[in-house]
Ligand binder design. Structure first.
Ligand code: SAH
Length: 253
């Protein structure tokens, strides 16, 4: 009888130890997963991942505008991508944002923003709001940003996101970018983040006559990233590089 009591006592102790061991293991696993999510894949903080992104992907490829680099450091790109892409938010490639659309590679966002030559006084029109990331970058560098998105749920989501993150000088409209936004024109800068086959006339007309800058991918499959400058009725155009953007789809009448 006595031996049986000791044995079951020992057995109970063993059970308690096993339960404590399992709980401890689970706790360690949860803490590690939480740490991995909050600090990114390589054990770096999200701020550190942004610093690396700016240094290795953007500065290293020749973007020098300090205001642009600062904006790229500041805007939390991971808040603009689906949660599954969280750890890849700072990697050197475009990412899906739903509805068959993508958020551009960080370098392309920085390059296009640099081409806009913003000093903080401009009224900017963006075509293709998508996630709102490019609009957030522009919002830190210009006075006012107007952005048009043709896919309603994407536009609505971006508008909410921008508002909740405090980008208060951005106005989102659901509509067809081919028409521009005549009520707010002329724009000092127009930036397209979807590619039309040729630059729409409405956008050319809504560009400021006094040195207005338009930056856009143009073409079907092989696209050129162009920068256009308007003086009066003269538009001068330069090809910057070759790019691959989603097409700018014609809106339904
Ligand atoms: N600038 C975005 C990425 C743009 S992806 C970001 O930072 O996340 C291109 C976007 O252009 C898509 O969301 C697509 O729906 C939108 N688009 C395509 N054709 C359009 C049109 N005619 N007018 C407005 N938006 C358009």
């Amino acid at each position: 009888m006595y031996t049986w009591v000791i044995m079951s006592y020992k057995k109970m102790n063993l059970q308690i130890i096993s339960i404590v061991f399992i709980i401890a293991t689970l706790a360690i696993a949860f803490i590690s997963i939480f740490y991995a999510i909050s600090t990114g894949e390589r054990g770096l903080s999200l701020q550190q991942l942004r610093e690396l992104m700016v240094k290795k992907q953007i500065e290293a490829r020749g973007v020098t505008d300090q205001r642009v680099l600062q904006a790229m450091l500041k805007v939390e790109r991971h808040k603009f991508v689906p949660e599954l892409s969280l750890s890849s938010a700072y990697e050197d490639h475009p990412l899906p944002i739903g509805y068959g659309q993508t958020i551009s590679q960080p370098y392309i966002v920085a390059l296009m923003t640099e081409l806009c030559e913003l000093d903080g006084t401009e009224k900017v029109l963006e075509i293709g709001t998508g996630s709102g990331y490019q609009a957030a970058i522009l919002s830190l560098l210009a006075k006012e940003v107007y952005t048009i998105e043709i896919i309603e749920p994407l536009g609505k989501q971006a508008a909410l996101r921008l508002k909740s993150l405090g980008y208060n000088n951005v106005t989102v409209k659901i509509g067809d970018g081919y028409k521009g936004w005549p009520e707010h024109s002329p724009f000092d800068v127009i930036i397209l983040t979807a590619a039309p086959p040729t630059i729409p006339d409405a956008l050319l007309n809504q560009l400021s006559e006094d040195g207005g800058i338009l930056v856009a991918p143009v073409g079907d499959y092989n696209q050129e990233l162009i920068k256009m400058v308007r003086h009066g009725n003269t538009y001068s155009q330069k090809v910057i590089t070759y790019v691959r953007f989603v097409p700018m789809v014609p809106g339904k009448e």
